[in-house]
Ligand binder design. Structure first.
Ligand code: PLP
Length: 393
């Protein structure tokens, strides 16, 4: 069988249909064929749009990028093979030897490692400072400081960065303000409306939402920066797979509903835990007893987030009973899944720290971070009530 535009081996890949699919087709094709060298010229010169080789770009990645661009109110974002690929694209793709970057002192673990180990190896100096204290960040600025990287709500103590103060500082000092918006999501917070220059997401978490795909995204307000990030990402091979993008798009279709539901339940859970004997303290940015409550309501409005942290009395022994008794809840190092997950920083994300350093951060053996999912709220509160009672009585 041979048709006009196929070889013997490759007939036209899709049978003709006068109607169209309502679901984005999955396009795993690595290569895209052109009609003539002139047609390819038109594509490379940007006179027409087309794909060539999937590391350079493909339809499924563009669909996800456009969706996130719209959510963040920008254009030209780059989808990457993981959230860390997005962080690396921003830090390694835009900085050069001799530059200096300031990072928040409580970033995602791998971002901290990139700052502490890999950037210095490449000749990029780094300093960590508290992003809720603009004076501390200002004190770390050097003539060669190019970038400040922060998360809006920190992991796992849920401190809220002074984004407004940092944005002003960055604008005055010609420094790029980079916001990792993974925890807060564009539903809870839109960094560009608060003066950010670059936004990063781990799509893996709430946006895709089903713990079955790893993907990231980086976007700048300045199109020239987006071009540099795209070239770096393509050159270093951090392009995402079409299937991952296809899955992420499907997850993102229900993201707003999932976020709202999870956030409402998180607020209920925080209040519920605060009333329970056996709980030493509860951290939730939208509660009036949160140290940054005013800033949280200024930045997040009523949106809040789906993360709640708390401290159980009884140390490691109680923590072991709690995770066993929390029926149906996975004790697993992730967040943003449809199911509620528990994380225990002392044995996972913060295990490399000394006990003293953990204490200084408030991360005792009884400290848990909860990513609230989509369970029926009353049933979830009941699971927590039972597990806390058994663990601490
Ligand atoms: C998970 C996460 C990342 C890294 O994303 P991956 O998709 O796991 O590579 C970066 N920043 C934050 C805040 C995260 O939670």
């Amino acid at each position: 069988m041979r048709n006009s535009k196929g070889s013997l081996m490759r007939p036209d890949p899709l049978p003709y249909s006068a109607s169209r699919p309502v679901v984005t087709p999955l396009s795993p094709s690595v290569v895209y064929a052109s009609d003539t060298p002139d047609a390819l010229d038109d594509q490379y010169e940007g006179r027409v749009h087309g794909y060539t080789y999937s590391r350079e770009g493909h339809p499924n990645a563009d669909v996800v990028a456009k969706r996130l661009d719209a959510m963040e109110g920008v254009s030209g974002g780059v989808v990457t093979s993981s959230g860390m690929a997005a962080v690396s694209t921003v830090l390694i793709g835009l900085l050069k030897a001799g530059d200096h970057v300031i990072g928040a002192n409580q970033l995602y673990g791998r971002s901290l490692r990139l700052m502490a180990e890999d950037l210095p190896r490449l000749g990029i100096a780094t300093t960590l400072a508290d992003p809720s204290d603009v004076k501390a960040i200002e004190g770390a600025i050097r003539p060669e400081t190019k970038m400040i990287l922060v998360e809006v709500v920190s992991n796992p103590t849920l401190a809220v960065a002074d984004i407004t103060g940092l944005a002003k500082l960055c604008a005055d000092s010609n420094i790029l303000l980079v916001v990792d918006n993974t925890f807060t999501t564009p539903r809870g917070f839109r960094p560009f409306e608060h003066g950010a220059d670059i936004v990063i997401h781990s799509i893996t978490k709430l946006l895709a939402g089903h713990s079955d795909v790893m993907l990231g995204y980086a976007v700048a307000r300045d199109p020239a920066i987006n071009d540099r990030m795209r070239v770096f990402c393509v050159t270093t091979g951090m392009t995402p797979s079409p299937f991952d993008c296809w899955l992420a798009e499907r997850g993102m279709l229900s993201f707003e509903l999932r976020f709202d539901r999870a956030q409402e339940t998180a607020a209920l859970l925080a209040d519920h835990l605060a009333e329970m004997p056996g709980i030493k303290r509860v951290i939730y940015p939208m509660r009036v007893d949160h140290p940054d409550a005013d800033r949280a309501s200024e930045l997040l409005g009523s949106s809040g987030c789906n993360m709640v942290s708390f401290e159980l009395s009884g140390g490691r022994a109680a923590a072991n009973i709690f995770t066993r008794e929390a029926e149906g809840l996975n004790f697993a190092p992730t967040l943003g899944d449809v199911g509620t997950t528990l994380s225990h920083p002392a044995s996972s994300s913060h295990r490399a720290l000394s006990a003293d350093d953990r204490t200084a951060l408030g991360l005792s053996e009884g400290f848990f971070r909860v990513s609230v999912g989509l369970e029926e709220p009353d049933a979830l509160l009941q699971v927590f009530a039972n597990a806390v009672r058994t663990a601490t009585s």
